[in-house]
Design a protein around this ligand. Structure first.
Ligand code: FES
Length: 106
């Protein structure tokens, strides 16, 4: 975990947690958005575009663009920029968009 990517790297009062991204154990701070924890761990790609396959990650950082979607503890399409990291959370990349979107267009 890199503190050089954090806005306030001098804070030692935050509780460190462990969580998983695609089965890889990472460290973060309790309550920090998952996307921020991923970025601090050097991970910029959170999912891939369901149409082009291009890498996607944090874009707006405020919950508007949905580019940071991931599966969190079995729940798909969670916006990781809004979701606090929790001890033991299991986060997985998504290679597809919101389930059911494409199926209804036939
Ligand atoms: S980065 Fe835009 S919704 Fe999360």
């Amino acid at each position: 975990m890199s503190n050089t990517l954090r806005l306030n790297s001098s804070s030692n009062k935050l509780e460190t947690i462990e969580f998983y991204f695609n089965d890889k154990k990472l460290n973060g701070y309790k309550g920090e958005p998952i996307a921020a924890s991923l970025l601090a761990n050097g991970i910029k790609t959170i999912r891939t575009c369901e149409i082009t396959g291009e890498n996607r990650g944090i874009f707006c950082g405020i919950g508007h663009c949905y580019e940071c979607r991931a599966e969190v503890d079995g729940i798909p399409n969670v916006r990781t920029c809004l979701t606090p990291a929790r001890q033991g959370a299991k986060v997985f990349s998504q290679a597809s968009g919101i389930k059911g979107d494409m199926e209804d267009e036939s």
